[in-house]
Design a protein around this ligand. Structure first.
Ligand code: NDP
Length: 452
């Protein structure tokens, strides 16, 4: 009965959202993993919660015209999917990347519902973005794009309504331009965006929060198995916001990150990544990792072209812990087999849905601990909510205060996912635990709020 209903809802998604493979993948993972809850309590099927929760409350698609440096008008697509507001105002990042389409934004928005619920904070789920590529654009082009994007988006957001943040391709610079335009159009200086600069309403430790939070989560996970991070060899995919601050925190806690990557290649620095050069190359210089390898002659650079399409160099480097922190479906079955062969004990997802379903099955079947992104990378959105709290009370907490709160939130999220898995007799399976805990709070709220 439960299985049939789940399949029926997934069939509906396949029919009504053709070509949205990533959304379908995310929905299948969540719906299948909550079957133990659906069997135990009939109210979710009785109230048609599955049928309702897979449909966004609102989807906004808009044209974004902007003028490039040569005076030519360019056109991109803008998206905001306001997925679920049962437990609070919509909250979720904006992604600017040429691969972004409606299916990408829906998968990210769907994941965000349960992630936000897991944080224990009052925030609903949303996501947005554009197929605009900030890479290779001048600051002025990025500014004009962001202003045009916000000229449409501002109608749908606000501090109690929908609060976007950054994601791939949207960092401090982009949030600044978006915030400036929001302020100009509304005349309000309010926390309608998070990830803001410290001088204009941002929170200390927000930049570090997703990466630091991911490492705190891994620490909690290892503790249950009487292990710790000390001297563990780690590989971290990506070299953007999440990867950089994952690497920084790993170094702080005595682990040894030896490799990271970007869209062009991977660096393997066996003696340990030098965080200062990494930041100089990627965060400040916006260069490729090739530049890092030039600074460190003992570092090996592996071009992306050297690996087949279904494999990624970073996962073939021997490690104790893997932190996929770049993008979706970047850790495949081929990669999972290499990790198992090399003795990896934990895969801790910093990115959203980075591990393919068959890779997850293989890792779990071979005894590798697995921290799902929904739980492990929730530190970013949790700290965004701390930014909202500071904005609402017109205060600014110091770095340590925010970091202490972040560490406690990650501990609580881990405990919730772990205890819920146990409650439903899937001890140690944090996918089941995180999805059920995240779903239950949202679904119960939807039932309380009636047929809206
Ligand atoms: P950034 O844009 O800062 O960095 C992304 C990194 O991943 C870059 O190094 C980029 O390479 C690489 N990358 C992106 N797309 C691809 C691709 N298709 N193939 C190979 N490499 C790729 O993004 P974030 O660090 O913010 O986000 C990374 C992940 O973490 C995403 O899944 C995001 O959704 C998730 N996340 C982010 C949060 C945040 O607070 N920022 C919060 C929670 C989750 P290059 O440098 O060459 O562009």
């Amino acid at each position: 009965m439960v299985k049939e209903r789940v399949e029926k809802v997934l069939d509906y998604i396949a029919t009504c959202s053709p070509g949205q493979d990533e959304f379908y993948q995310a929905a299948r993972e969540v719906l299948e993993s909550i079957e133990p809850l659906l069997k135990a309590e009939s109210k979710y099927l009785d109230n048609n919660i599955l049928e309702r929760i897979v449909v966004p409350e609102r989807t906004i698609i808009f044209r974004v015209n902007w003028v490039d440096d040569s005076g030519v008008v360019q056109t991109n697509l803008g998206y905001r999917v306001q997925f679920n507001s049962a437990i609070g105002p919509y909250k979720g990042g904006l992604r600017f990347h040429p691969t972004v389409n409606l299916g990408t934004v829906k998968f990210l928005g769907f994941e965000q519902i349960f992630k936000n619920s897991l944080t224990g904070l009052q925030i609903g789920g949303a996501k947005g973005g554009s197929n605009f590529d900030p890479k290779g654009k001048s600051d002025n082009e990025v500014m004009r794009f962001c202003q045009s994007f916000m000229s449409e988006l501002y109608k749908y957001i606000g501090k109690n309504r929908d609060v976007p943040a950054g994601d791939i391709g949207v960092g401090h610079r982009e949030i600044g331009y978006l915030f400036g335009q929001y302020k100009k159009l509304t005349g309000e200086f309010e926390g309608a965006l998070t990830g803001k600069g410290i001088n204009w309403g941002g929170s200390l430790a927000r930049k570090q929060a997703t990466g630091y939070g991911s490492v705190y989560f891994a620490e909690n996970h290892l503790t249950v198995y009487n292990k710790d991070l000390k001297d563990k060899i780690c590989v971290v995919s990506g070299s953007g916001n999440v990867a950089t601050y994952t690497i920084e925190k790993l170094i702080n806690l005595g682990a040894k990150p030896v490799a990271c990557s970007d869209s062009k290649g991977t660096i393997y620095h066996k003696s340990g990544i030098d965080i200062a050069s990494l930041k100089a190359v990627k965060e400040i210089g916006r260069e490729s990792l090739k530049a890092y390898a030039k600074i460190h002659p003992d570092c090996e650079y592996i071009d992306v072209a050297h690996y087949p399409k279904d494999a990624h160099a970073i996962w073939h480097i021997p490690c104790d812990i893997a932190f996929p922190s770049a993008t979706q479906n970047e850790l495949t079955l081929v990669d999972a087999k290499a990790l198992v062969k090399n003795g990896c004990i934990l895969v801790n997802e910093g990115a959203n849905m980075p591990t393919t379903p068959d890779a997850i099955d293989y890792l779990q079947a071979n005894g590798v601990l697995f921290s799902p992104g929904k739980a492990a990378n929730a530190g970013g959105v949790a700290t965004s909510q701390l930014e909202m709290s500071q904005n609402a009370s017109m205060t600014q907490w110091n770095f340590e205060e925010v970091d202490i709160k972040l560490r406690q939130i990650m501990k609580n999220i881990f405990k919730k996912a772990h205890d819920t898995a146990k409650e439903f007799e899937h001890d140690g399976n944090l996918i089941v635990g995180a999805n059920i805990a995240g779903f239950r709070k949202v679904a119960d709220s939807m039932i309380d709020e009636g047929s809206i």
